[in-house]
Design a protein around this ligand. Structure first.
Ligand code: PLP
Length: 465
């Protein structure tokens, strides 16, 4: 009969004396390390008690190593910067659009101090927080009034609740979208309290379908831009001007969810068909909704533009308070919008537009320059070459909207491609690429030139291990 093996498990204080864990206490926090030590020791006791035969215990050094790894894993769960080498420019998992320097500077300025968020400094009276961006949105789109909320899903919910609660909102069956995550228009509508009145069929909806659904119960007509899919072939949908005319005849507002919210024409980047906020308003939509962090390239938010009376009604709904944005979002959005006063300046200074506008020759040159540097990391890389490929905008864009790009295709040495991808993801800076067959593609379409050095360094760090 051996001694009780639980007695051989080291104590918390013994483990904390280990140099590795001592270092982590200094670098991270005493509590974080002690918590992890306790958790791991509890697990160890459980394992010993449940063991069928004799259980060999790790020695103190091995145990400390295990605990240190766990502490580091927990630390890395926080938000960290990432080099986006996926090629997807508006990757929702990677935070969509990176912000312009002008936006960062403006956020910094109002973050450190108090800000005139709801005070009119000239008159000393209380004001609305959306006034920080409303004049700019008027100037850029021709809207009468504007409101900014947490995101476009929130904007949709709020607008439907404010304008359609307990009544019917008419939508084409071809536009009952799911955006991803848990955003499904019929569900959002149900939660808002508006009653969905579906008209037409999946592939065809005519103006007469809307017209015959209008009745006493109708509160609004809604048009949704199907940003992430395409109904092709025997298909027909009603255009905004025709729906506006019908709405006018029946004194019903028309709500237009344009999704990505272009402020300039994206056909110049090879992405035709993106509805522009200005055009939608010019065509007569009463309320227009879109995201701030898609094609505008600003912070996450939902922008609601429209007629003064409609916006006032929306503003007064209690959801508006629940979905409101903070001073940082407004500061970042205002600075991004200001760049659009000059389209050429926007194309240079809005990071999303700069990445979109990078020429294939530029990407090719960089890929050809970086590939040999990456191939030189012999310990981790068997081969690396520049390859041409196609990529997508992301964030709810349609599969036909392709962008040409250049990548560095990396064949790993001594490990699987999944392992290579995982190690790069866990590195500092983290690098996320995309796997194609047995190679990891590092796509330069979504990498800033200033990150090229870091990209190579991240691969070199693998060789040093
Ligand atoms: C992306 C999108 C949404 C959701 O916007 P979020 O800002 O992600 O909440 C809603 N409607 C359409 C048409 C979209 O493209």
């Amino acid at each position: 009969m051996s001694l009780n093996p639980l007695r051989n498990i080291p104590s918390v204080s013994e483990l904390l004396e280990n140099p590795k864990l001592k270092g982590l206490v200094d670098r991270i926090s005493h509590n974080a390390v002690v918590d992890t030590v306790r958790t791991v020791l509890d697990e160890m006791r459980g394992e010993v008690q449940n063991a069928v035969g004799e259980k060999t215990l790790p020695n103190v050094a091995e145990l400390a190593e295990r605990i240190a790894r766990r502490v580091m894993e927990t630390e890395s769960l926080g938000l960290r910067p990432v080099i986006n080498a996926t090629g997807i420019l508006l990757h929702t998992g990677l935070g969509r659009a990176p912000l312009a320097e002008e936006s960062i500077a403006e956020m910094n300025a109002v973050a450190r101090d108090y800000a005139s968020l709801e005070i009119d400094l000239a008159g000393g009276k209380r004001s609305r927080r959306s006034l920080a961006v409303e004049p700019l949105l008027k100037e850029l789109t021709g809207c009468e009034a504007a409101l900014v909320v947490n995101n476009n899903a929130g904007a949709t919910m709020l607008v439907l609740a404010a304008l359609g609660w307990g009544k019917e909102v008419i939508v084409s069956r071809g536009q009952l979208i799911e955006i991803g995550g848990s955003f499904r228009l019929p569900d959002v509508m149900a939660l808002s309290g508006a009653i969905l009145r579906e008209v037409g069929t999946t592939n065809k909806t005519h103006l007469a379908d809307y017209a015959s659904a209008i009745g006493e119960q109708t509160a609004a007509l809604m048009l949704v831009h199907p940003s992430n899919y395409l109904v092709q072939g025997f298909a027909e949908s009603v255009e905004l001007p025709a729906l506006v005319e019908l709405g006018k005849k029946h004194r019903l507002p028309v709500i237009h969810d344009i999704g990505s919210g272009a402020l300039i024409d994206f056909a110049q980047f090879g992405l035709p068909g993106e509805p522009m906020a200005k055009q939608s308003l010019a065509d007569g939509a009463d309320v227009v909704l879109f995201s701030g962090d898609k094609l505008i390239g600003g912070p996450q938010c939902g922008i609601i533009l429209g007629r003064k009376a409609a916006i006032e009604k929306i503003q007064k709904h209690p959801f508006a308070r629940a979905l409101r944005v903070d001073k940082l979002t407004l500061a970042a959005l205002a600075a991004t919008l200001r760049l659009y006063r000059d389209e050429e300046k926007a194309k240079l200074d809005v990071p999303l537009l700069r990445l979109l506008g990078t020429s294939p020759e530029n990407l090719k040159n960089r890929a050809e320059r970086l590939a040999p540097q990456i191939a030189a990391v012999k310990k981790a890389v068997a081969a690396a070459e520049a390859v041409q490929d196609i990529t997508y905008l992301g964030g709810g864009s349609i599969p036909t909207q392709q962008l040409c790009t250049w990548c560095i295709a990396v064949t790993p040495a001594g490990m699987t491609v999944d392992r290579l991808a995982a190690v790069l993801r866990a590195g500092t800076p983290a690098v996320v690429g995309r796997i194609r067959q047995d190679r990891l593609l590092l796509d330069l379409r979504s990498v800033f030139p200033r990150q090229d050095v870091d990209l190579v360094a991240a691969v070199e760090a693998l060789g040093a291990e």
